[in-house]
Design a protein around this ligand. Structure first.
Ligand code: ATP
Ligand code: MN
Length: 457
């Protein structure tokens, strides 16, 4: 269909006085004695286009006045009565698709919770239009950041035989029919599609390291899957994961990269989504824009885990989980550090080795590893990061301590045998980043079709 985007009609000054055709969905309808007003949205811009219908010149099909109806409007582009933009004086309003009154998205304010029950329709609201435009712009900016800095984009496998963390949160991939009998677990998997146990990847890191030890700087941007039973506002069973891996980078280098990348992407969102960010600032998180401007213009804090534990022990706060050196930080601790102590993003570094993964570089103190989590206000952890153990013997002993099956990691160990180099990487949860920049506080509201325990709508 020959038509223009609403975005174009609203912004292209050269269209003033011209005839234009737009297509979209009716968001609101208002009527006065002489004219009717339709607000039409097509998703190409946060603002909607006001269509003015002169009742003496044009008789409007009443179906075109219903919220949710799809229409095709031709008219003259004129300067808007109010504000900067343009509006359309209708010459013809054609109905494309009727929208009966049971359409669940009506003008009266509905809750995010209700909208979660209609994921196929909620995108036609202001909030979700804004969220997903920001999400798209952020994704483009992430690719741009890495491309401009000569990182290569790698697509690591989604079906994998190894559980990166050894934590057993993997979804299994199988083609075995229901009720298959097998004498042992080993035999069961031997008869399966791959001839061994397989699952959905929880992280592309191990394969990312393979690529980084050839290309120096790589990143992945793809889905990760975790069968974690945690029903929280920041965990999904399927999320998008950005994982750069950088050779010849030590922990301070990768921290610098993570900070620079985040600032780059936040700046891009502020610049490219001004209307959406104004909306979030006004209706979702007051002061959001100022917070983000402060973030891009200041240094992130860095705090040693040991020091963080001291701060938390002295904190004037009633934590549900007690804090001792050696414990993993809970969300409440993470939030306290970033919201109350540092009041900005903070890298907590050098965690006890017992609570972190086998592949992290062991520090000379024998107790900690060169790992860091980036904590941000409102969410807690958004990045998990570490320098990788490059020493073959140390890596092998860390794996033995964890009773890992060495034969499954032969390729990974080879990277330490043949020209081993210091290298580091991190994992950024894309949905958590989108939550952070939009102020949305439930991960289900920044994902088209969120997957979590008992939910695959
Ligand atoms: P958390 O402690 O919050 O469960 P994690 O330590 O398991 O996270 P990592 O394995 O370090 O997470 O993964 C790197 C990043 O991926 C995290 O910092 C987070 O942003 C994101 N992430 C991890 N698990 C999930 C999930 N289930 N849903 C959405 N994002 C996730
Ligand atoms: Mn982590």
């Amino acid at each position: 269909m020959k038509h223009l985007d609403v975005y174009q009609v609203l912004n292209d000054k050269s269209l003033l006085g011209q005839t234009a055709t737009v297509c979209g969905w009716v968001r609101t309808f208002r009527d006065s004695s002489a004219v009717s007003f339709l607000e039409v949205a097509d998703g190409t811009s946060f603002s909607r286009l006001q269509v003015v219908v002169d009742k003496n010149a044009l008789s409007l099909d009443p179906e075109c006045a219903k919220t949710g109806a799809s229409v095709c409007v031709t008219g003259e582009v004129v300067k808007a009565f109010k504000g900067e933009g343009a509006e359309l004086n209708a010459k013809e309003v054609k109905l494309l698709g009727k929208c009966p009154p049971e359409y669940p998205i009506q003008k009266k304010r509905t809750t995010l919770e209700f909208l979660r029950s209609i994921p196929h329709l909620r995108l036609r609201t202001n909030t979700f239009t804004a969220v997903f435009r920001v999400r798209s712009v952020a994704a483009q900016a992430i690719h741009r950041y890495f491309h401009e800095n000569r990182y290569y984009y790698m697509n690591t496998p989604i079906i994998t035989a190894s559980d990166c963390e050894g934590a057993g949160e993997m979804f299994r991939v199988t083609t075995q029919p229901y009720g298959v009998k097998a004498a042992s677990e080993a035999e069961y998997y031997k008869n399966d599609f791959f001839g061994q146990k397989a699952g959905l990847s929880v992280s592309g890191q191990l394969e990312g390291e393979v690529a980084a030890t050839a290309f120096s700087k790589i990143y992945t941007f793809g889905p990760s899957f975790r069968a974690e039973n945690s029903n929280t506002t920041r965990h999904l069973a399927e999320f998008w994961h950005i994982e750069p891996e950088v050779a010849f980078a030590e922990l301070p280098d990768i921290i610098e990269i993570a900070e620079e990348m985040l600032k780059y992407v936040i700046r891009a969102v502020l610049e490219e989504c001004p209307e959406e960010m104004n909306f979030f600032d006004a209706f979702v998180e007051k002061g959001l824009k100022e917070k983000l401007l402060h973030v891009v213009n200041s240094e992130f804090a860095v705090c040693d885990y040991t020091e963080a534990v001291e701060i938390l022990k002295k904190a004037d706060a009633a934590f549900q989980y007690p804090v001792e050196w050696g414990c993993d930080l809970q969300t409440e601790h993470e939030k306290y550090l970033t919201e109350c102590v540092f009041k900005k993003p903070v890298f907590v570094t050098n965690y006890p080795k017992a609570i972190k993964s086998f592949y992290m570089k062991q520090n000379p103190d024998g107790k900690t590893v060169a790992a860091t989590d980036l904590l941000v206000p409102g969410i807690g952890e958004i990045i998990g990061c570490s320098e990788r153990e490059a020493d073959l013997d140390k890596l092998v002993s860390a794996m033995k301590e964890r009773n890992m099956d060495m034969s499954a990691y032969q390729q990974y160990l080879d990277l330490r045998l043949f020209g081993s180099v210091p290298h580091s990487g991190f994992g950024l949860g894309f949905e958590r980043f989108v939550m952070y920049v939009t102020g949305m506080d439930n991960i289900r509201d920044v994902t088209l079709f969120p997957r979590s325990v008992n939910n695959i709508m």
